[in-house]
Design a protein. Structure first.
Length: 460
């Protein structure tokens, strides 16, 4: 890895700065025909304006470039610090501290909380529960089942006898008397009441029909008499009065009102409308046209004066200021970049070159010596000790497992012997289970030594 720039790269900052975008060139080409048609007064005003704007803009552009460079530096520093604090440090803590601690806590919890309770459940509670179920609960359940069957049979017989007695009592003491009462007493009485109600209903219906016919005839006759009286006493006189009196009187009043309206309309037209039309046509219309022409001409004169004396100079001055600001901003950018390159060259020769020499000539050989002379031997020794400890722990775990397997086989044999002693049966041949020898811990081959890292200093 070469940290020193080549001669072509050193000469690169001194080259001509890159050209402006094509859009700015297009705008400059579009402004050239307009600038060629302008006079010397425009150029006389434009050059001082651009000089003043350049003097004002250069400090702002330098400050802007410094702020942008500082912001980029702060962003990179914050990214590096955040990655180190929130990514690398938690990962290192998790891999170096929390993972071994969690494994140790898991082993301790299993040894303290899980293994004793599992052994108690498997070797104490489960055999005791099986013996209790086989020799206590099963005979007790069988006795209770037989007792329940006898009690159920007795209760069923008693229930059937009681049901037969109840059925006989209900049939002969309740149902038979009720049937006799319905057939011999209630049925004849119901038939007699039905015959009486039928004849009484027929008489009442005949009486109602006669009464309704009488009321209908009376109402029809009364309505016909009232209608004849109303027609003779009210309708005929009212029609005669409307036809002979009110109609001629209304026609006369209508003709009189028409004549009066025509006279009033003629007077109003002669006295008001004709003079008003003459005044509007002969006086007001010419006067309004004259005032309109005068106001329009005055407005045009004022608009031309304001446009010529204020708007056009202001627009021209604003355009010149905008153009001067754009050009001066570009020139200030070039000046700022030139200052930046000078500061960069000064800092590189004052700080960068000595730091690079110190890194290559002092820290790199020292780091290689520490890595090859101290770190690798210590790491290999610690790795070997760890492998030996893991092999010893594995051998102890296998020995404990074989001892537990032998104990389980002994308990199983004793349980079978006790069962045969209680129940009876041929004794089982004694077979001793020889535990399998613990395998030798397989030591891993030592890890190959990694190749030496390439040096940052070029070999001659």
């Amino acid at each position: 890895m070469d940290l020193e720039k080549s001669p072509a790269q050193r000469a690169a900052p001194a080259q001509t700065p890159p050209r402006e975008p094509a859009r700015q060139n297009t705008q400059q080409h579009a402004r050239q025909p307009a600038q060629q048609n302008e006079g010397c007064l425009t150029a006389f005003v434009r050059i001082p304006v651009r000089i003043v704007v350049l003097v004002v803009v250069v400090p702002f552009r330098v400050v802007w470039d410094l702020l942008r460079a500082g912001g980029e530096l702060v962003r990179r520093a914050a990214t590096a610090v955040g990655r180190g604090l929130f990514v690398r440090v938690p990962v290192w803590l998790y891999e170096t501290l929390l993972t071994p601690l969690g494994h140790a806590l898991r082993w301790l919890g299993r040894a303290v909380l899980v293994t004793p309770w599992a052994a108690l459940w498997r070797y104490v509670l489960v055999p005791a529960a099986r013996l209790l179920y086989a020799y206590v609960l099963t005979p007790l359940g069988h006795g209770l089942r037989r007792l329940g069957r006898g009690l159920g049979a007795a209760i069923g017989a008693c229930g059937r006898g009681l049901w037969a007695a109840a059925v006989w009592c209900v049939t002969w003491l309740v149902a038979a008397p009720l049937v006799w009462l319905y057939a011999r007493v209630l049925t004849p009485v119901g038939h007699g009441l039905r015959w009486v109600a039928r004849h009484l209903g027929a008489g009442a219906a005949a009486f109602g029909r006669g009464l309704w016919a009488a009321l209908t005839w009376t109402l029809r006759t009364s309505w016909a008499g009232l209608a004849w009286c109303g027609r003779v006493l009210a309708a005929v006189p009212a029609v005669w009065v409307y036809t002979r009196l009110l109609t001629p009187l209304g026609h006369g009043v209508l003709h009189l009102l028409k004549a009066v309206g025509a006279g009033l309309a003629l007077c109003g037209r002669v006295l008001f409308i004709v003079p008003a039309v003459w005044v509007y046509t002969r006086l007001l219309t010419p006067l309004g046209h004259g005032l309109s022409w005068a106001v329009r001409g005055f407005g045009r004169a004022v608009a031309w004066t304001v446009t010529t004396l204020l708007v056009r100079p202001a627009v021209w001055l604003g355009k010149e200021l905008v153009d001067a600001l754009g050009i001066c901003w570009q020139v200030a950018g070039r000046i700022s970049r030139a200052l930046g390159r000078a500061v960069k060259w000064l800092l590189w020769n004052a700080v960068g070159r000595p730091a690079r020499w110190c890194y290559r000539s002092v820290f790199t050989p020292l780091g290689h010596w520490l890595r090859d002379g101290l770190w690798r031997p210590v790491r290999n020794a610690v790795a070997g000790a760890g492998r030996a400890v893991r092999g010893t722990a594995r051998s102890a775990r296998l020995a404990v497992r074989d001892a537990m397997r032998s104990a389980r086989a002994s308990v199983r044999t004793a349980r079978k012997d006790a069962w045969r002693a209680l129940v009876g049966g041929p004794p089982a041949p004694a077979t001793a289970r020889v535990p399998a020898p613990a395998p030798e811990p397989a030591h891993r081959a030592p890890a190959p030594q990694p190749a030496a890292a390439p040096s940052l200093v070029k070999e001659p």
